[in-house]
Ligand binder design. Structure first.
Ligand code: XMP
Length: 507
């Protein structure tokens, strides 16, 4: 284990990423974490991140001097290097000039620069700099504007770098991180998803004992992987509630039941609440009003079902690392739910202790874990799907007929994307059913039927996106199949709006 001590830097996730890519397990902890707790975790190495402060500023993050006496190798990056230097008696001051961007750097010989060219390009982003290294340290790199770009105390295994080896623009930056992990900390890079599973299973067993655990399973990647992992640890003491609100894609409810109940033999309660949701949605066409109704009804159904089960002690949440917004909250541990969370909203006033086994993982790691746990690939690599489901893809008022039409059209669309090997190239694709009918002609007959809209976007996080340049022949096939095979549809359009100004969903 390597601990990454968070001083509020913007690249912290990237550091964690790089370490994990070396098959070394790491956790991010806040700089306020106590030395006792650090000792308990028994890390083989520690990395201090960058941060926005100046070591002299009032309220600047500090670190106890004792951490340097624990015989654990430490690598300080940017602010991390400055705080190391400052705490150990070196001098830090404001630079004459802010150094930002790609910068030429000269490295001296050092274990952490093993195999790295002596002159290279690195990424700088700092205002302060180390003026004088602490006693016992030597300077091992410099740039034009930064005479102390890296320091080391080889004997104590303390290293500080002013630049950011974790950033892609730092040529051979990865080598430096690897050298710290493998040469300095003597780690062997043997961490795999297997060992993560063993460790989590043990942790969950210890924490839960014989108590009862509840999980809101949506069939999405995160909640599915979290549920299967917890099930592996505690078996039948886990009960999953799957609320089928009738706004799912074709066969989705049955697939969830098949996978989790039949194959994984989990306690799964499928609540068939389609009629309840439909009647609440009747006559409602405004998107936010629909979202609110679906969210509230979800909570009500979930609550009713969980009340039937008697006292449950824990609740599983599929929170993943990018959801952990609060800096430094990365410690996997229990806290009591106070308000909302992901998974379409969980009752606010039920008090559970929560279990978040995926809290330290990135999305692609969750996927790897899911595959390791033998969850089917189609579920693991499925495009994101919104909590309100087809409720916001049937534009305007939602009815059973419209949902059925949309499900068929969407299913054909997905089949064709898969047949043409396009599904995995697209971040999210789906059909929508606008509240529009158009005139067409079929055979000799005039038709007056629904319009289907197709959306496909590329994106990295859904915040911005571009429309996918779908090959015409594929569009043609999809359009012709939908019009021919789906009763009630006579026209298909393809959405060519990016986000912004459009959103990905139509509502
Ligand atoms: P928009 O339409 O805002 O969507 O560009 C961005 C991403 O968020 C998803 N989305 C939702 N997810 N509840 C959800 O859980 C919602 O109400 C909701 N609205 C949009 C959308 O599918 C896309 O991935």
């Amino acid at each position: 284990l390597v601990l990454i001590v968070d001083f509020g830097g913007q690249y912290n996730q990237l550091i964690a990423r790089r370490v994990r890519d070396c098959n070394v397990y790491c956790e991010i902890i806040p700089y306020t974490y106590s030395l006792e707790k650090i000792k308990e975790k028994n890390p083989k190495g520690i990395i201090f991140t960058g941060g926005p402060s100046s070591v002299y500023a009032e309220g600047a993050p500090k670190i106890s001097k004792e951490i340097f006496e624990m015989n654990i190798p430490i690598l300080g990056i940017c602010y991390g290097a400055q705080i190391m230097s400052h705490t150990l008696g070196g001098n830090v001051r404001r630079g004459d000039k802010r150094e930002y961007g790609k910068t030429e750097i000269n490295y001296k010989e050092s274990l952490i620069f093993k195999g790295v060219d002596s002159k290279n390009i690195t990424w700088m982003s700092h205002t302060d700099l180390i003026d004088k290294a602490p006693e016992g340290f030597e300077i091992i790199a410099h740039t034009n504007d930064c005479p102390v770009a890296a320091i080391q105390n080889e004997e104590k295994k303390l290293y500080g770098v002013q630049f950011h080896p974790e950033v892609e623009h730092s040529i051979q930056g990865n080598e430096i991180i690897k050298n710290f992990l493998f040469e300095v900390c003597n780690l062997n890079g043997s961490w795999t998803m297997d060992s993560f599973i063993d460790q989590k299973v043990k942790e969950i067993k210890e924490k839960v004992g014989d108590k009862k655990v509840l999980c809101a399973l949506s069939g999405g990647v995160d909640s599915s992987v979290a549920a299967v992992l917890v099930h592996k640890a505690i078996g039948d003491n886990l009960t999953c509630i799957f609320v089928d609100h009738g706004l799912l894609r074709k066969n989705e409810g049955d697939q969830v039941e098949q996978i989790f109940r039949k194959e994984f033999k989990m306690n799964l309660i499928r609540v068939n609440a389609q009629d309840r949701f439909l009647s609440k949605l009747s006559g409602v066409s405004e998107p936010e009003a629909k979202r609110k109704i679906i969210g509230e009804e979800f909570i009500r159904v979930f609550e009713e079902e969980s009340n039937k089960l008697g006292k449950m002690d824990f609740l599983v949440q599929g929170t993943i690392y990018p959801d952990v917004i609060e800096s430094g909250a990365g410690e996997s541990g229990a806290s009591t739910i106070k308000s909302h969370h992901n998974v379409g909203g969980i009752p606010e006033d039920i008090e559970f202790e929560i279990i978040e086994p995926l809290r330290s993982l990135f999305k692609d790691e969750v996927r790897r874990l899911g595959l390791e746990l033998e969850i089917p690939e189609y579920l693991i690599f499925r495009h994101p799907f919104p909590g309100p489901g087809l409720g916001i893809r049937v534009i305007g008022e939602v009815t059973k007929d419209k949902l059925d039409i949309l499900r068929e059209a969407d299913d054909i669309y997905m089949q064709e994307l898969k047949n043409n090997d396009l599904y995995d190239k697209i971040w999210q694709a789906f059909a929508t059913l606008p509240d529009v009918k158009t005139v067409g002609v079929m055979g000799d007959e005039r038709t007056y039927a629904h319009l289907v809209g197709l959306r496909a976007v590329t994106s990295s996080d859904g915040m911005t996106s571009d429309w996918y340049k779908m090959p015409y022949d594929v569009l043609e096939k999809i359009s012709s199949r939908i019009v021919n095979e789906v009763d009630g549809v006579n026209r298909v359009v393809y959405d060519i709006t990016s986000k912004p100004p459009g959103t990905i969903e139509w509502e």
